[in-house]
Design a protein around this ligand. Sequence first.
Ligand SMILES: [Zn+2]
Length: 244
Amino acid sequence: MSYLTLLGTGTCQIEHERRASSVLLELDHTPILFDCGHGIVQRLLEVGIQHNQLEHIILSHFHPDHVSDLIPLLQAGAWSQQNPRHVDLNIYGPPGVTRFITSLLDLFGANGLRQPKAYQIHIHEITDNRFSIGKQNFEFLSLPPAGNHGLRFRWHDKTYAITGDSHFHAQEINLLSGVDVGIIDAGHISDQEIIELAIATQARQIICSHLYRQLDSQQLQTQAQHGGYTGTIQIGHDLLSLLL
Ligand SMILES: [Zn+2]
């Protein structure tokens, strides 16, 4: 079975209901984490995945609300007495990811966040808009202005896209155009821009995430339909899961 689960639909805001940004993909039982903001290591446990089972983490960019739980995740891998890491960890990200991760590792000292005799941390700097994990191909497309990258992939004849952080611009429309499911940053753009994005991309299902404010899905849906949108807009919540 394969799933896409919103582990965190929040932002830098500290809230009861929402952890920071993260989406978990489970593709034929291979877990792949897209972003790892605050509270996500606990959310992983809630869906039955221990930190040390993860072998693949993709980072959209290096804002704290997308990366801050890398620290507890890496420390637990190195030092947990119950679940220490025995398998290598691959971290994928945009240009700068090598410097970012090595700086983080160095900041906490030689073995604070790693145990090189037990496992390796492989850093993959993505420079040509695409990469693969096993046989699965991913597109990794720049979404200005914060160095952020969106992820797009096909799985069982459907196309999925996740924006991470974004703003309303041509690159975002391109990422989301015609996808079956788009997980969007709805917090940095206005209601009107969410509506325009839906109309311009005709993404079949848009799930609003990275939420700074309350959204009214009914109102967004109605206005988007008036503009010719034929898909559905829904508001994401933590642990919302789709069977892929
Ligand atoms: Zn963010």
